[in-house]
Design a protein around this ligand. Structure first.
Ligand code: SF4
Ligand code: SF4
Length: 184
């Protein structure tokens, strides 16, 4: 039997960030948190945004950073950034939701936040942060790549469950679900 994973194509959506055009208005943070509020547009809180604008006050630089992968462990080695001769905090531009900082975590539940490219039904022509960035600092792009079934990205639900298992352990999580189910 052929065990080779099946290949198929997947549309990859990316947002190109032009830091030089960002003026730090934070409209992207506002609309992202509002679009993902439940019900939609019912509230706006940048702490819940899946894009955060990092500000370096001395040089007046703004860098939009997208929420990326969830990780249960801190990095063992870290990157350092030097831009125009200025050294930046090693975690400043990292996209991960990780245990060493509060960035990219839902403030009430602590669950990881990840940019989902504003997946919705019906689909949007462009993600909301791109639409709201009047300075064109965020540019939406699409291209197709060949992937195997194993390369499928995690859903938001899978991401949340994984972080709860890491935090509380699988047994405790299953016991809690069973208890909740009994209560109806
Ligand atoms: S909306 Fe655009 S210009 Fe404003 S902070 Fe976000 S990326 Fe920067
Ligand atoms: S693409 Fe959508 S989910 Fe991602 S940061 Fe922008 S507004 Fe938020």
């Amino acid at each position: 039997m052929d065990a080779t994973p099946k290949k198929k194509t997947r549309l990859v959506k990316t947002i190109r960030v032009d830091v030089d055009k960002c003026n730090g208005c934070r409209a992207c943070e506002v609309i992202c948190s509002s679009f993902h509020a439940s019900p939609r547009y019912s509230s706006s809180n940048p702490e819940r945004s899946r894009i955060r604008v990092i500000r370096e006050p001395l040089r007046d630089i703004y860098v939009p950073v997208y929420a990326g992968e969830y990780t249960a462990a801190e990095c063992s080695g870290r990157d350092k950034y030097t831009i125009d001769g200025k050294a930046y905090d090693e975690c400043a531009f990292c996209r991960a939701s990780c245990p060493s900082r509060s960035l990219f975590k839902e403030p009430d539940s602590g669950l990881p936040l990840k940019c989902d490219m504003c997946e919705s039904d019906p689909p949007l022509d462009e993600p909301m942060c791109v639409q709201w960035c009047l300075n064109d600092a965020l540019v939406y792009e699409e291209h197709e790549v060949e992937v195997t079934e194993e390369d499928e990205p995690q859903t938001e639900l899978e991401l949340g469950v994984e972080s709860l298992v890491d935090k509380h352990g699988l047994q405790k999580l299953m016991d809690t679900i069973a208890r909740m189910k009994k209560k109806g």
